[in-house]
Design a protein around this ligand. Structure first.
Ligand SMILES: CC(C)(COP(=O)(O)OP(=O)(O)OC[C@H]1O[C@@H](n2cnc3c(N)ncnc32)[C@H](O)[C@@H]1OP(=O)(O)O)[C@@H](O)C(=O)NCCC(=O)NCCS
Length: 280
């Protein structure tokens, strides 16, 4: 899945109409940002907390991942909001979910509320940005230790465990486990609960290839409130997105790849309709 050539950055008004509010996704491989450049951007853009966290990593690989993820967040939010990267104020909920602090007069590029969610794994950062609602995203690369997969599987609902175990061990089973895992993370991150929401209290039933067929929500939620999207934008890199269903007839996702140096032309994907609870 390729993205066409970047367009020039323009300082004009926000390109979208208020009625059409796309979900924006940025998938950025670490390789898209050379370490020296990531270091310079971080030096100029990070707040005290980010500098402190970046300084705590034991392994250079983990530090690099953090620098790419957090410069991606600041750059993409700055483009979307019309603010300067270093001036974005990001705060965290008591459960660790980051939020962009709203500005009293609204955002320079329109609207007053942006939500975002970040995930990083296997050398990729995934950022989701949306206006006026919530978003949760997750990215996972295939290639996990079989023992780690079995541990993950024990946290799932019984029907999900059965479905995953129907696949032969190896790539096919790993794919099933990680498809479920990314969707569960995306949903719990959209709700801001992270791992605080037990993963056996809700479940997905999935098509063999791709796509959510059914969603059994936790006791305090309704299946029809959510839309889910599964993608594999790069072979063996699985992505899941969860957003509230909203009222738009055909909401869509704009997928951008690489580091957002400038505005670029995205790959446009329709968001699937909400699904009901699976039948037993
Ligand atoms: C959110 C959480 C599920 C992330 O899981 P993960 O697969 O390791 O990491 P991902 O790369 O997908 O996502 C990490 C990002 O999610 C975001 N995030 C953190 N807490 C979040 C929450 N409660 N809800 C939504 N997003 C959250 C952050 O941006 C984080 O990246 P950052 O710390 O570099 O800013 C997990 O860290 C979590 O639940 N944290 C909350 C604290 C908690 O319950 N800890 C118990 C540990 S057993």
């Amino acid at each position: 899945m390729n993205v066409t050539a970047p367009q020039t950055l323009s300082a004009g008004p926000a390109p979208q109409h208020e009625a059409v509010v796309p979900v924006k996704l940025w998938l950025c491989p670490n390789d898209a940002l050379p370490p020296a450049i990531a270091g310079v951007l971080a030096q100029h853009w990070f707040d005290e907390r980010e500098h402190e966290t970046a300084g705590r990593f034991l392994f250079e690989r983990d530090r690099r991942q953090y620098l790419v993820s957090h410069t991606l967040v600041r750059r993409a939010l700055a483009l979307e909001a019309g603010l300067i990267e270093a001036e974005l104020v990001i705060w965290r909920s008591s459960r660790g979910r980051p939020f962009l602090q709203p500005l009293p007069g609204g955002l320079p590029r329109g609207g007053d509320h942006l939500d975002f969610n970040l995930s990083h794994a296997s050398g990729y950062s995934l950022l989701g940005i949306v206006r006026r609602q919530r978003i949760g995203v997750d990215v996972e690369g295939l290639g996990r230790e079989p023992r780690a997969l079995e541990t993950i599987l024990t946290t799932f609902a019984p029907e999900e465990q059965r479905w995953a175990a129907e696949a032969p061990p190896g790539r096919e089973r790993e794919r099933r486990v990680l498809r479920l895992w990314t969707l569960k993370e995306a949903y719990s991150k959209a709700r801001g609960l992270g791992l605080g929401l037990p993963f056996d209290e809700f479940s997905f039933s999935l098509a063999d290839d791709r796509g959510v067929l059914g969603f059994r929500p936790p006791a305090d939620d309704l299946a029809a409130r959510w839309r889910f999207l599964e993608l594999e934008p790069v072979p063996d890199v699985l992505v899941a997105v969860a957003v509230p269903a909203g009222e738009l007839p055909e909401p869509h996702v704009e997928l951008y790849q690489g580091f957002p140096w400038a505005r670029s032309t995205p790959h446009v994907i329709t968001l699937p309709a909400p699904v009901g609870a699976p039948r037993d």
